[in-house]
Design a protein around this ligand. Structure first.
Ligand code: IPM
Ligand code: MG
Length: 368
């Protein structure tokens, strides 16, 4: 049997630097755990634009459709700010999400004990935090038509459309209910049913799916603005949060910061099962390309490495190996390993990106 296949799209900014550490971790699993992957690499975002004039080449898109999972680094950077909207680096990422139909975006926000002091919130509010945001990723205002900027009465008008079909809401809801069952059996759905018809439909469909197939899961609803407030007031009241594409973008950044650093958070974007039973999947850190620290060896590779742990769990059914990798990261943090983004006011010498990779590999060795 051939090895499972991975396509690495390191992208821009710190993407390639953090992905270098992920590659070492992937090799470690091949060498030490007999879990070898066939890894190929290609370009996305500004890197693809520089090479091909588009943020995602059709050949790359085709490859992404064929592999068992895509690992993405980050896209974007100031160099590309003035490009036409249609070829901006972000369009490459959005095309991957849309064409692979990755409708369920899982964004865990977990506060590592060793880092509870780094949160901008009080330690007791975030210590032990472990929530999962399920963000609908292929529809809503990100993709709705009509859209654009046009003239009306000699004035420019910008238009985007929030649009959800019941089928789109239903499949995202099912993904969230299934996850809730594997966790604390608790789901909170967030929309703005007080002002948006799409929010009313969202709430109705979530209730229908709940009654039909998931009555055992404790379901609540919240307006998304209140949800944002509750996330910073008392985040531990939540377990799984289900929300749409735009609210999910915002709420997940908010949840991410509860944990102390954006450099810690992975994500999984999952679609329908392929012929081999594995879901279409892409894994990426929640952080961006961080142009301010690019090329300095300062970036924290943990979010990207944790994204590979999610791949082990959700694409390759290797939950125990994902646990091993997550435990190794927890261990190095508990031992005081810190990249620059994790330095407290007391200071000290931060580890470089590669040094963080080194200690994680050592912790993996020690786990054998
Ligand atoms: C994210 C990012 C993207 C989004 C950008 C880069 C297009 O903010 O993944 O959260 O808005 O979805
Ligand atoms: Mg975002």
């Amino acid at each position: 049997m051939s090895n499972p296949s991975l396509l690495i799209l390191a992208g821009d900014g710190i993407g390639p630097e953090v992905m270098d550490e992920v590659k070492r971790v992937i090799s470690w699993f091949g060498d030490k755990r007999d879990l070898a992957f066939d890894v190929s690499e290609d370009l996305v975002g500004g890197a693809a634009y520089d090479a091909h004039g588009v943020p995602l080449h059709d050949d790359t898109m085709a490859k992404a459709q064929e592999v068992d999972a895509v690992l993405l680094g980050a896209v974007g950077g100031p160099k590309y700010d003035d490009l036409d909207f249609s070829v901006k680096p972000e369009r490459g990422l959005l095309r991957l999400r849309k064409e692979m139909d990755l409708f369920a975006n899982l964004r865990p926000a977990q506060c590592f004990d060793a880092l509870a002091d780094f949160s901008s919130l009080k330690k007791d509010i975030v210590a032990g935090l472990d929530i999962m945001i399920v963000r609908e990723l292929t529809s809503g205002v990100y993709f709705g038509e009509p859209r654009g900027i046009h003239m009306e009465d000699n004035m420019r008008v910008g238009v985007n459309t929030q649009r959800y079909t019941e089928a789109e809401i239903e499949r995202a809801a099912r993904a969230a209910f299934e996850l809730a069952r594997k966790r604390s059996n608790k789901l909170c759905s967030m929309e703005k049913a007080n002002v948006m018809e799409s929010g009313i439909l969202w709430r109705d469909v979530v209730n229908e799916v709940h009654q039909a197939d998931y009555a055992d899961v404790e379901l609540s609803h919240m307006y998304a603005d209140n949800g944002a407030m509750q996330l910073v007031r008392a985040p531990k009241q939540f377990d799984v949060i289900l929300t749409d594409n735009l609210f999910g973008d915002i709420l997940s950044d908010c949840a991410a910061m509860l944990t102390g650093s954006l450099g810690m958070l992975p994500s999984a974007s999952l679609g329908l099962p392929m012929a081999n039973g594995r879901p279409k999947a892409m894994y990426e850190p929640v952080h961006g390309s961080a142009p301010d620290i690019t090329g300095q060896g300062k970036a924290n590779p943990i979010a990207c490495i944790l994204s590979f742990a999610m791949a082990l769990r959700y694409s390759f059914d290797q939950g125990a190996e994902a646990d091993r990798l997550e435990a190794a990261i927890e261990k190095v943090l508990a031992d005081g390993a810190r990249t620059g983004d994790l330095m407290g006011p007391e200071g000290g010498t931060p580890l470089s990106t590669t040094q963080m990779g080194d200690v994680i590999l050592e912790a993996l060795d020690a786990s054998l």
